[in-house]
Each structure stands twice: as structure tokens, then as C-alpha cells.
Write a protein that binds this ligand. Structure first.
Ligand SMILES: NC(=O)c1ccc[n+]([C@@H]2O[C@H](COP(=O)([O-])OP(=O)(O)OC[C@H]3O[C@@H](n4cnc5c(N)ncnc54)[C@H](O)[C@@H]3O)[C@@H](O)[C@H]2O)c1
Length: 375
């Protein structure tokens, strides 16, 4: 699908980029910190539906003169060049669509949305308006994630026919808005599952998923023995799925917020010429899985002159990389250059279609088809 961007209405080169933040909860702080580290950004204001929250947020950063709003439209009326959409998952689509329709470029937090239908609404608004819509998967900027992608994309592995990915936490159910269905829409799947999917699919090149057979459950979140807010918990805390792609690739996916296990397994890429194993990074810390930009050791398996060898791939130092700031900078640079979107819906719509399919398959207790209409 070709990407079509309309150039910015006002030439933004050599002038400050005017940026706003929609939704001023937890992650909005990381966005604001990253924006304030950029020399070419001016904060035009922030909005949040909770009265007083945007004001307190701006004041926290010393932005006492920047206006705050409860109504996003009033922020958009200031015609910022771009906004970060940092609301909880169920309102990503409405906020992102409204911004693009108001002529504003959007950096939307992950996951893209909750349902495939919502993601389609966002994609159509992007196509209609020509604005930049990028989805905030910052682990992509990790030097080792990039290295894994380079190895796989180099062709060294031959045809890749199977990928296993996922991860999880032995005890890592978050609180707040993440566990309420009406706000988060989906649980573990939307929180870290979308990262696992992006790690796998960005590496092999996003391909069209056609079917999924999955289960999603809530055995830990709903159990007061393991989670102290069990009564409020209304989303998934575990899911596993087998996803088939149009070209024959199969993805074996697992993700968990809590379990009696150290890790859900390593990430594996099986190819006709070689295989790549990405070990889970920190199982001993109860936080295992190559999904968040921190990865364990990497091994390449292949035949060398008739010998089956296992090669340890040296990791790159990630000390100096600030993945979050890189994703924000990439968004700003895309605004300046007029695109393309750094992490476009043309890729992430498949991620969202899989999450949507996992939920539908789990509810139907059978394999379901993934159908993405023409956008
Ligand atoms: N990239 C990352 O590393 C990362 C980390 C954490 C969270 N996230 C994502 O960021 C999003 C927000 O997470 P959070 O932890 O900041 O949640 P949060 O609940 O702390 O903050 C969300 C804020 O959005 C506001 N809001 C909701 N709907 C709104 C609307 N229509 N208009 C204006 N404001 C609205 C809420 O009042 C709240 O203040 C989620 O989608 C989450 O998946 C990303």
C-alpha cells in the first residue's frame, strides 16, 4: 500500500515545531521530557478529560504559561504541528482521528487501538488527510533490535517459515487504567503483547495475517491470591496464538503478565538456511522476553562446511541509546521532511488485526479468519 503524505501547510523548516500532548497520565511524562530535550520544539499546551490534570502536568514541567484544556478540540484549535496521543487505549482512535482531521500530525502511543475496526478508522483518516500517523513502538530503536532485523533481512537465514515470540513476567500485572476493560480494552496483549508482535513482524517484514487460533485468559488477575485488585480486573493476563500468514509463515506467540514460570521462551526465527535464537534477557528478574528492547544473548545456527555450528553474535552496547527520545525525534523529523511516517499504520494494522483476531478466536474457541478491508 503506497503512503501518500501532503506536505505540511506551513513550512516548518527553520522554525520551532509547535507540539501538544493529549492525555496527561503516566506515559505523557516521557513524551514531554523528550520534547523538552529538543531545541526546535515549543509546547503549545496539553489536554486531559480529568479536570485539572493537564494543568498540573504542565506546571510540573514549569510550563506555567502553556494553556491546559479538558476539551481536545480546543488544543487542536491552536493548530499545533503535531500532538502525542497518550490516552488510554480505548480512546486512541477518537483522539488520533480528530487530530488528523484538524490538520495535525500524530504520534500515537501503542497499541494502535483496541479493535481492528478502530485501527481502520485511524488508517482511513490518515489516508484522507495526508497527515503523519506514527505508532509509538520505541523498542524498534534499540541497537540490538535493529541488529536482529538486519541479520534476518540480510537473507542469511534463507526463507523464514516459523517465528516464535513472546515473553512475560512471573508477577507483573500493572494497575490503574491497564486492567479495566472499558479503558484499556485489552490487557497483557495491548500492554506488552503488541511489542512482541512488533518485534517479530518488524524483523521479518510485516506480512499479511490470514488466520489465528488463540486463547486469552485472566486466571491470575482475577485471583486475589496473586493480585490485590482482582475485583476490578476485567482484561486478559495471558494469551497464546498460532498465526498463519498469506505467504505460509507461521508465528507462534505467547505473552503473560503473571505465571508460574520464569519466561515464556526465547524468540526464534527458523529459516531454510539458518536459524536465529534471541534469548530472554532477565528471567531471573521475573521479567523475561525479547519484547521491550532489552534482549539476552543471540545465537545463529547454521551448517558450515558440513558442520552444524552455533555462533554467538556479539551484542551492541545499548548504553547510549534513548529509544523513547529517538521515537519522538523521528516523529519531529518526519514532520519537518513531510514524511514518511516512521512507524506507519500500513505495518501496525496487521499487529492490530492479530490482537483483534486473538480476542475473537479466544471467545469463539476456534480458529478465525483475519480480514482487513481495503483502506
Ligand atoms: N511506549 C511506552 O513505553 C508506554 C508505556 C506505558 C504506557 N503506554 C501507552 O500509553 C497509553 C497511556 O498509558 P498511561 O500509563 O499513560 O495511562 P494513564 O491512565 O496514566 O493516562 C491516560 C490519560 O489519558 C486521559 N484520557 C483518556 N481519554 C482521553 C481523551 N479522550 N482525551 C483526553 N485525555 C484522555 C486520562 O484521563 C489519563 O490521564 C496507553 O495506550 C499505553 O499502552 C506506552
Amino acid at each position: 500500500m503506497p503512503q501518500i503524505y501532503k506536505p505540511s501547510e506551513s513550512p516548518v523548516e527553520n522554525k520551532k515545531l509547535r507540539v501538544g500532548v493529549i492525555g496527561t497520565g503516566g506515559i505523557a511524562h516521557a513524551h514531554m521530557k523528550a520534547y523538552l530535550n529538543q531545541k526546535d520544539v515549543e509546547i503549545v499546551g496539553a489536554s486531559d478529560i480529568v479536570p485539572g490534570k493537564a494543568r498540573a502536568f504542565l506546571d510540573e514541567f514549569g510550563l506555567t504559561d502553556a494553556p491546559d484544556f479538558e476539551d481536545n478540540d480546543k488544543l487542536l484549535a491552536l493548530k499545533p504541528d503535531g500532538v502525542s496521543v497518550c490516552t488510554y487505549n480505548t480512546t486512541h482512535h477518537t483522539c488520533a482521528v480528530a487530530a488528523m482531521k484538524a490538520g495535525v500530525h500524530v504520534l500515537c502511543e501503542k497499541p494502535m487501538s483496541v479493535t481492528l475496526d478502530q485501527a481502520i478508522q485511524m488508517a482511513r483518516a490518515q489516508k484522507e488527510t495526508g497527515k503523519i500517523l506514527t505508532i509509538g513502538f520505541q523498542p524498534r530503536y534499540d541497537p540490538n533490535m535493529k541488529m536482529i532485523k538486519d541479520i534476518v533481512r540480510s537473507g542469511e537465514l534463507g526463507d523464514i517459515y516459523y517465528v516464535q515470540t513472546g515473553g512475560g513476567r512471573r508477577r507483573g500485572i500493572p494497575g490503574g487504567t491497564f486492567i479495566k476493560k472499558e479503558l484499556a480494552g485489552v490487557g497483557c496483549l495491548a500492554d506488552i503483547g503488541c511489542y512482541g508482535l512488533d518485534m517479530a513482524l518488524n524483523t521479518v517484514g510485516y506480512r499479511k495475517p490470514v488466520t489465528v487460533s488463540a486463547t486469552a485468559s485472566d486466571r491470575f488477575g482475577k485471583n486475589p491470591k496473586y493480585f490485590n485488585d482482582a475485583e476490578t480486573f476485567s482484561v486478559d493476563d495471558f494469551s497464546c496464538a498460532l498465526i498463519r500468514f498469506e505467504d505460509g509463515l507461521v508465528l507462534d506467540f505467547r505473552m503473560s503478565w503473571a505465571m508460574h514460570m520464569d519466561t515464556m521462551g526465547d524468540t526464534l526465527f527458523l529459516g531454510t538456511d539458518a536459524g536465529l535464537k534471541v534469548k530472554s534477557p532477565n528471567p531471573h528478574l521475573n521479567w523475561g522476553g525479547a519484547w521491550d528492547g532489552s534482549i539476552g544473548d543471540v545465537f545463529l545456527y547454521k551448517d558450515l562446511c558440513g558442520n552444524q555450528v552455533e555462533i554467538k553474535v556479539p551484542l551492541k552496547s545499548a548504553e547510549k541509546s534513548n529509544n523513547f527520545e529517538s521515537k519522538v525525534r523521528d516523529f519531529l523529523d518526519a514532520i519537518i521532511s513531510g514524511g514518511p511516517s516512521p512507524i506507519p499504520w500500513q505495518e501496525i494494522i496487521y499487529n492490530q488485526a492479530i490482537i483483534d483476531g486473538i480476542i475473537r478466536s479466544s471467545e469463539a474457541k476456534r480458529e478465525v479468519e483475519i480480514v482487513i478491508p481495503e483502506i
